[in-house]
Design a protein around this ligand. Structure first.
Ligand code: FES
Length: 164
């Protein structure tokens, strides 16, 4: 199918550009993967191949590095990001109920992307606003003192917005 080829070529081109545009004295497999994730949002198969070629190593080695670090993701992120703080303060202030409500609203069991790709859900160990707990982050904007009653409307207005 021609459109898939175009998309794949375009993705590979963005990956190459991310590798080549690194402005640092030492370019490594790790720095290249970080640059690609910044540019594309995740590490597609094409990235592993292109980093292997540019670093003169094997795809197995590149994948070994990528899979070692939990912050690398291998699937495209959802259109919007949803994070619930699971830090000690938010936990004491009721984060467990917030997590359950958010997961129910998104139709998820745990971290991941919704079936329609509309959102990615992640836990966060501290969003840096403990006095406002429980805290959630929607497209990197913080909402404090949230409760189960307002989660639904917050998520609804988030998902109605254009892609982040
Ligand atoms: S523990 Fe939740 S914002 Fe710090």
């Amino acid at each position: 199918m021609p459109s898939l080829t175009v998309n794949s070529d375009n993705l590979r081109e963005r990956v190459r550009e991310a590798i080549l545009s690194q402005k640092r004295p030492t370019v490594t497999v790790l720095s290249s993967l970080l640059a690609i994730q910044d540019e594309v949002g995740y590490i597609p198969d094409e990235a592993v191949e292109e980093v292997a070629v540019s670093m003169g190593t094997s795809t197995n080695s590149v994948f070994g590095v990528a899979s070692f670090y939990p912050n690398f993701r291998f699937k495209p992120p959802g259109d919007h990001s949803v994070e619930v703080c699971w830090g000690p303060t938010c936990h004491l202030l009721g984060a467990a109920k917030i997590v359950k409500e958010v997961l129910d609203e998104l139709g998820l069991e745990s971290e991941g992307e919704t079936a329609d790709g509309g959102a990615s859900f992640r836990f966060n160990t501290c969003l840096g606003a403990c006095s406002q707990g429980p805290v959630i982050s929607l497209d990197h904007e913080l909402y404090g003192k949230v409760n189960v009653e307002n989660i639904s409307s917050l998520l609804k207005s988030l998902l109605e917005q254009p892609k982040e």
